[in-house]
Design a protein around this ligand. Structure first.
Ligand SMILES: [Zn+2]
Ligand SMILES: [Zn+2]
Length: 158
């Protein structure tokens, strides 16, 4: 999303933006984050002598992949924005792009291991069945390799 800051050069000028915006899909820690729904943006831009102060909030829904069952699910987000952009660092004030700022702020709100629900049962480690949808007949006892060695040792002793 690009905005025109050229009419806000004077110190003390202010602009309030309330609109629906779209953001591109992006990647985060090898996860693909989808953004098929519009976001609601409330942004207050205030011009100081050397910078623009951006405050506001961004809310909407992301599509994440559950780290347990690998199914996609929708996650609400509601982010507070607080950024300062130095005027000296703005190359093109007529078309200043806020997309990266929004995405960086969204990244901070995404859990490292997203889960679709607290009680997601995940996938069977043996056959890969999604255990939220159906059960399977696998023996799901996961044997720690170190314990397995110990068990062998005792078996030999018998
Ligand atoms: Zn899940
Ligand atoms: Zn199974």
């Amino acid at each position: 999303m690009k905005i025109d800051l050229s009419n806000l050069k004077d110190m003390g000028s202010r602009k309030i933006i309330k609109k629906e915006i779209e953001l591109p899909d992006f990647n985060f820690r090898h996860q693909e984050i989808e953004t098929p729904f519009p976001f609601q943006l409330n942004l207050d831009i205030y011009s100081t002598r050397d910078s623009f102060i951006l405050t506001g909030d961004l809310s909407g829904e992301l599509v994440l992949t559950c780290s347990r069952c690998l199914e996609k699910f929708n996650q609400d987000i509601d982010i507070k924005l607080e950024e300062e952009i130095l005027k000296s660092e703005i190359e093109d004030p007529d078309h200043f792009d806020l997309t990266d700022i929004f995405i960086e702020n969204i990244l901070l709100a995404i859990p490292i291991k997203p889960i679709c629900s607290e009680d997601c049962k995940g996938l069977c480690p043996v056959c890969g069945q999604n255990l939220n949808e159906d059960e399977c007949d696998c023996d799901q006892e996961i044997i720690d390799p170190r314990l397995a060695k110990l068990r062998e040792f005792f078996d030999e002793d018998d």
